[in-house]
Ligand binder design. Structure first.
Ligand code: ACO
Ligand code: ZN
Length: 153
């Protein structure tokens, strides 16, 4: 079941983040995002166990779809535990949070960065309508490139 995250979920969310992604953050990073953007912060829970999460923030910038300033949502991190993948859980998380970014925070587009080598995630985002915008060279600490992707709301 998808539900909004609660502050008490943060330890489990950090655990999932560490198991699934090379980008790990200190607890205060999760707390700050939760405090500011809790309405776009979701988890998947089954029988008391967290299986995945998505966290987002808002920012302003020049649109990826035309020369104008827009409020946009930014998917900071999304992950599902191995063993629970390919059941549509990330799809649900992304759909809920993009909807909340638009309705609660007035986002006109939503962006994210993903490793150019992370084909499962890129396929997932494309299936949900995100477009490849451009490559960000040496975006990650180890020098890997990111694919910037975006969708209009
Ligand atoms: N190979 C090919 N296509 C895939 C794969 C894969 N391994 N995984 C998902 N897809 C595509 C498929 O089209 C899939 O539909 P289908 O199963 O009917 O074929 C569609 O995406 C939907 O997949 P979901 O089941 O909704 O995705 P899932 O719950 O498995 O989660 C995720 C996908 C989040 C990428 C997961 O593999 C994961 O947690 N990976 C590690 C963490 C990660 O890479 N997160 C994204 C980093 S970028 C960022 O956070 C902004
Ligand atoms: Zn980002």
């Amino acid at each position: 079941m998808v539900r909004q995250a609660e502050p008490t979920d943060i330890p489990d969310i950090m655990q999932i983040n560490q198991e699934t992604l090379p980008e790990n953050y200190p607890e205060h990073f999760f707390r700050e995002i939760f405090d500011r953007y809790s309405k776009a912060f979701f988890v998947i829970e089954t029988e008391g166990k967290l299986l995945g999460y998505i966290m987002c923030r808002m920012e302003g910038g020049v649109s990826n779809f035309g020369l104008r300033w827009v409020r946009r949502g930014h998917i900071v991190s999304v992950a599902v535990l191995p063993g629970y993948r390919r059941h549509g859980l990330a799809t649900q998380l992304i759909q809920e949070s993009t909807k909340a970014l638009a309705t609660e925070y007035n986002a006109k587009e939503v962006i994210l960065e993903v490793r150019t080598t992370n084909l499962p995630a890129i396929k997932l985002y494309e299936k949900l309508g995100f477009q490849r915008i451009r490559t960000l060279n040496a975006y990650y600490r180890n020098g890997e490139n990111a694919q910037l992707m975006a969708i209009q709301m």
